[in-house]
Design a protein. Structure first.
Length: 122
């Protein structure tokens, strides 16, 4: 969720990225995606695109405005700790506490919140 917070912060506030976007005559989502890719922060194992940055912003900015942070779809809790982080489904982007979905550790591969989401990937 650190990347989501970074995206929201860069879009909502004036940051050094705005100067880069203006100098290159591109949108802020282009600069954010380039920065994330340069930092080797992949989006589900793939490079970030400006479109994906925009989608993440649209999806999560309202949650942050209304709740002050991300929430779990099961318990509606907002707290995300190292021991019990909120992880996102690789299909629908909904967030879940690791313990709420009964996982002992964060999956190294993709995480799907349901069988329906898992089969949508094929």
């Amino acid at each position: 969720m650190h990347v989501v917070k970074q995206i929201i912060n860069c879009v909502d506030n004036i940051t050094p990225m705005d100067a880069i976007a203006k100098s290159q005559n591109v949108g802020i989502c282009n600069v954010i995606s380039d920065t994330l890719n340069a930092d080797n922060k992949l989006c589900r194992g793939k490079l970030w695109t400006p479109h994906r940055v925009k989608d993440i912003y649209k999806k999560f900015s309202q949650i942050y405005i209304e709740d002050g942070g991300e929430h779990c779809e099961i318990c509606n809790g907002l707290d995300s700790t190292n021991e019990n982080p909120i992880i996102l489904c690789d299909c629908c982007d909904r967030g879940f506490h690791m313990k709420c979905v009964r996982l002992a550790e964060v999956p190294e591969e993709k995480f799907f919140c349901s069988m329906l989401c898992h089969f949508k990937q094929f």
